[in-house]
Design a protein around this ligand. Structure first.
Ligand code: ADP
Ligand code: MG
Length: 385
């Protein structure tokens, strides 16, 4: 019990504030099955929610202020409406909480003061979106504590605003959509241009399959600068090709389009256009119940990120190669690149052996041991009790 994430949130609440929380709300981390660097090109992504969750134990505070404690930091943080209304006033991790208060207030809602205690099993900063998990769990708590009139379809945009405009991290809508709208046994097909979402059957458990998530533990190398460079390159290419975004380059027109570009830009564009198509192909296979058959698309996505988009690092490539050699149906880096996680589609009863093979390959290469985690698609943000 003491190790259970919901119990830790409740224990934290009792210890910090005394008394009992009015309720507990949870939101998961997420992983992107396929569709990398397609989001800012108005394209497609296919994330799913993880069984790892962030839990907020909370109760209304009558003084109209917010107190927030996380097990990641001994010190609680307190703020009132004045700090919440000015992005930047609350900084550090508590900015993710103040940002949600800010976004709700900016949208015209009357947010009740609250005491919040947060515990989490989502690894922080590994690319599994602990940031969207904390935003969504806090949002779920405040919406219900305040009986706010805010349908769940509008939560992702609001949580994204908290992260973009209060915290100051320029992220797309994928993370928040996945952790809020994710459904057990499904992946979330998201069109980043229209923001339309569709639940796609992805019942790994019923098929005897699992996804092995491998945290590469690779040190992030210039990730921010490289990310900005890729974005710029895509924007320049779209302009040169006369389209609003690379999503508008049809696969059939790809060769003609590529012929007009310099070598590096050509490879960047080829990644984005073929990656969009791989997402669509993956969705088709999953709709047909052919989960194992998506393996080659995952592996092709990896090759494209490695060779054309040039965003992988040796630890990541080693994990993919070792997982494939150990029998994974497919494997790819997931997330923005230059570190982060790899995912591999495996038979559930082979997951431990594949994880061991990756760990052994790391040891051979002299890399620090990776983290490994076997997951099935889980549900999105919810009240626990
Ligand atoms: P990722 O979302 O990939 O885990 P980010 O850098 O986007 O990485 O977000 C991580 C940040 O989110 C942390 O540095 C911290 O500020 C905040 N955060 C996430 N989870 C928690 C938590 N349980 N308690 C406090 N802060 C958290
Ligand atoms: Mg994040």
């Amino acid at each position: 019990m003491g190790n259970d994430v919901a119990a830790r949130a409740t224990a934290g609440f009792r210890q910090r504030y005394g008394g009992e929380p009015a309720g507990r709300w949870a939101a998961p981390g997420r992983v992107n099955l396929i569709g990398e660097h397609t989001d800012y090109n108005d394209g497609f992504v296919l994330p799913f929610a993880l069984p790892l969750r962030t839990v907020v134990a909370a109760a209304v505070a009558d003084d109209g202020r917010w107190s927030v404690w996380s097990e990641l930091d001994d010190e609680p943080v307190e703020f009132g409406p004045a700090e919440a209304d000015e992005p930047g006033r609350v900084d550090g991790w508590a900015a993710y909480v103040a940002g949600v208060v800010w976004a709700l207030r900016a949208a015209g809602h009357t947010v009740p003061g609250a005491r919040l205690a947060i515990a989490s099993d989502v690894p922080v900063g590994s690319g599994l979106s602990s940031s969207a998990a904390i935003e969504a769990a806090v949002l779920a708590a405040l919406v219900e504590l305040g009986s706010l009139d805010l349908p769940a379809e509008r939560w992702p945009r609001l949580a994204q605003r908290a992260e973009n405009d209060y915290v100051g991290a320029p992220t797309g809508i994928m993370d928040q959509s996945a952790v809020i709208r994710g459904r057990s046994g499904h992946a979330l097909f998201l069109d980043c241009r229209t923001e339309a979402v569709e639940q796609i059957p992805f019942d790994l458990g019923a098929a005897g399959l699992a996804v092995l998530v491998i945290d590469s533990r690779a040190p992030h190398r210039h990730a921010d600068g490289e990310y900005a460079a890729r974005r710029k390159s895509c924007e320049r290419a779209a302009k040169a090709l006369g389209v609003a975004a690379l999503r508008d380059v049809a696969t059939g027109d790809l060769d003609a389009a590529l012929a007009r570009l310099d070598d590096e830009t050509r490879r960047r564009v080829r990644h984005v256009v073929t990656e969009d198509q791989r997402v669509l192909d993956t969705v088709e296979l999953l709709r047909a119940g052919r989960i194992r058959d998506i393996g080659p698309l995952l592996t092709a996505s990896h090759a494209s990120m490695r060779d054309d988009f040039e965003i992988t690092v040796p630890e990541i490539d080693t994990a993919v190669e070792a997982a494939l050699a150990a029998g994974a149906y497919g494997a790819r880096m997931t997330g923005g690149g230059f570190g982060g996680c790899v995912l591999a589609l495996v038979d559930a009863d082979a997951a431990d052996a594949v994880a061991a093979a990756v760990t052994a390959a790391y040891a051979d290469r002299g890399f620090a041991a990776p983290g490994t985690l076997t997951v099935l698609p889980a549900g999105g943000a919810t009240r626990l009790d």
